[in-house]
Design a protein around this ligand. Structure first.
Ligand SMILES: Nc1ncnc2c1ncn2[C@@H]1O[C@H](COP(=O)(O)OP(=O)(O)OP(=O)(O)O)[C@@H](O)[C@H]1O
Ligand SMILES: [Mg+2]
Ligand SMILES: [Mg+2]
Length: 549
């Protein structure tokens, strides 16, 4: 892939500063306010599978399908034996699912087109994780194979501080479970919580982190193809990580880009429309994601606005406040011609990025120190509460003996001796869960109360950089390029008649996080959630599965 000139003033960047695009006013109809909690049916169907051979089920119709067995089976493409997932806690004779026996489900973290993601606590090691469970059971062998590919892709990614860490995967009762490290939330949630554009320092930090994550992928010939704020996760120490590798393509893999599927149209590189899949597409999507969070700007899904952003014309009403260095980086990432677009290596070599990285190191070191201090503080508070509780009984007994009124006792939800527990998570003990342990009402506070970062338990601490809020709205990749935009109320931006800032109006997702509104008999958020989970994702693949069965 050609590398742009070394000088930031060279060809790809000579268009900066970008002139005020008069035609943006004509594109007025193309922009709309961002709806905070996106509709749960805002999903993109997977592409039809490429059928190169007859499915096994047709060749051997009587062959028993191992995946339809009720027993759990670990899913790994490194060690492909179909063994039960390893856990000393799991007892096959009990009849309960592997998940129920080995995890405590705490709250729902989010939902995409593939799965619902839950915060869980492992009963084996006491640590907190995220578990993504597929929203619908396998419809057939080919559907299963498609879903299992996400595991293979996660395994290919390997370990990197700026990529979401994969722990393990298993299938049971025709559902796929993916266990990953737990993060505080997505960049989308963070940006929605933040009223306005994210400050430049944060934007530089995010840029550095994500460029390193992307370099890790690109060095391994992997294309993410679905980079967007909803697929960027922020750890509890404020590190940004690329996640959701469901659409990832291995350039040197057997499938190559033949199976490639474009992601969310708002972040999609223009050349993908011509079927050109390359690393440059990821750089473009990263640029779009940064533009969105840096300018608090709604990105169009289609229409004139969509086209203009892909012709290198950035709305100056939004970008005028950005630091000039960052604007240049952004313009290099959003270069319309993928052959002239900046590569990750080139971007990382820029003096502005290197300078930002130095700052990043400093802030990360500060974060780590602060984290340790807070851990020690939390431990001391916990110790003092234990000692106080221990002393409380004899003191109360003594006061009773003396005929005085008893001191008020600690409430039943006082801090648990378990370091990994919170008073909120303890409300959801195993007894409170139904047959399906995923069917728990979301606890909006639980995610804030305890977490694991790199195996270390910290209680009740927020990353100072992060205002996390578990969003139950879907963050799915949209289904298709909508031909028309819903015209919603425009934000009060007198100087920007054509492009909207992100609306601060509260979303439906906030409502849905309230246990009182979401606690249905099924345990899921509401009927809409249920309905949307059964939306036909891809008629062709359903047809394929139906004929297969
Ligand atoms: N490890 C995690 N820690 C915290 N939150 C998470 C984690 N994984 C997922 N989430 C939340 O769940 C949402 C959906 O997760 P994810 O993107 O992996 O699902 P998906 O079904 O593959 O989505 P898509 O429709 O983009 O393919 C995320 O946007 C995020 O809000
Ligand atoms: Mg996603
Ligand atoms: Mg996905």
């Amino acid at each position: 892939m050609p590398v742009p000139g070394d000088d930031m003033g060279d060809t790809p960047l000579t268009r900066t500063p970008i002139p005020v695009p008069a035609h943006f006013s004509q594109a007025e109809q193309s922009f709309s306010l961002k709806k905070r909690g996106r509709s749960l049916c805002y999903t993109l169907p997977p592409r039809p599978p490429v059928k190169s051979a007859l499915p096994i089920s047709r060749l051997f119709p009587n062959k028993q399908r191992s995946w339809s067995q009720p027993r759990p089976q670990s899913v790994s493409f490194r060690s492909p034996q179909n063994n039960p997932p390893a856990s000393e806690l799991y007892d096959q004779s009990k009849g309960e699912t592997f998940f129920k026996q080995c995890f405590r489900s705490i709250c729902k973290l989010g939902r995409g087109s593939f799965g619902e993601v839950y915060k869980v606590q492992s009963l084996e090691d006491g640590c907190f994780y995220a578990v993504k469970r597929s929203v619908s059971p396998f419809r057939g062998e080919s559907d299963r194979q498609r879903k299992l590919q996400e595991v293979r892709k996660h395994e290919r990614v390997g370990v990197h501080p700026n990529c979401l860490r994969f722990v393990r995967a298993w299938e049971e009762k025709r559902l796929l479970y993916l266990q990953t490290e737990l993060c505080a939330g997505s960049l989308q949630q963070h940006s929605e919580e933040f009223s306005g554009p994210l400050p430049p320092r944060k934007i530089w930090n995010i840029t550095c982190d994500l460029l390193h994550g992307l370099k890790h992928l690109h060095d391994r010939n992997l294309l993410h193809l679905d980079i967007k704020p909803a697929n960027v996760f922020i750890s509890f120490s404020g590190v940004c990580k690329l996640g959701d590798f469901g659409l990832m393509v291995e350039l040197d893999g057997t499938e190559g880009s033949g199976e490639a599927q474009e992601g969310d149209p708002r972040y999609m590189a223009p050349e993908l429309l011509d079927g050109i899949f390359s690393k440059a597409a990821d750089v473009f999507s990263l640029g779009m994601s940064l533009l969105e969070v840096a300018c608090n700007m709604e990105l169009p899904k289609s229409g004139d606005g969509w086209q203009q952003l892909r012709q290198g014309r950035l709305p100056t009403e939004f970008t005028s406040d950005l630091p000039p260095d960052f604007l240049k980086v952004l313009a290099a990432m959003l270069e319309p011609d993928y052959r002239r677009r900046a590569t990750v290596d080139w971007l990382l070599s820029l003096p502005a990025i290197r300078n930002a990285e130095r700052w990043r190191m400093v802030t990360l070191a500060q974060e780590r120190t602060l984290g340790k201090i807070i851990t020690v503080y939390q431990f001391i508070v916990w110790l003092v509460s234990i000692v106080f509780q221990g002393l409380n009984r004899p003191v109360v007994g003594f006061l009773h003996y003396c005929g005085l009124r008893a001191l008020p006792r600690s409430p039943p939800c006082s801090p648990s001796p378990n370091l990994g527990e919170s008073s909120f998570s303890s409300d959801w003990d195993d007894e409170s869960l139904g047959d399906d342990v995923f069917e728990v009402p979301p606890s909006p506070l639980a995610a804030h109360r305890n977490f694991t970062y790199h195996g270390q338990e910290l209680i009740g601490r927020h990353s100072p950089d992060l205002l996390s809020r578990p969003s139950l709205g879907s963050t799915s990749t949209p289904r298709n390029l909508s031909p028309e935009f819903s015209m919603r109320k425009r934000s009060a931006l007198p100087l920007t008649p054509n492009v909207s800032r992100i609306s601060q109006e509260s979303s439906g997702s906030v409502k849905s996080t309230s246990p009182s509104t979401s606690h249905s008999s099924s345990g899921f958020v509401d009927a809409e959630v249920q309905r949307s989970s059964f939306l036909p994702r891809n008629l062709l693949s359903m047809f394929d599965d139906a004929t297969e069965q």
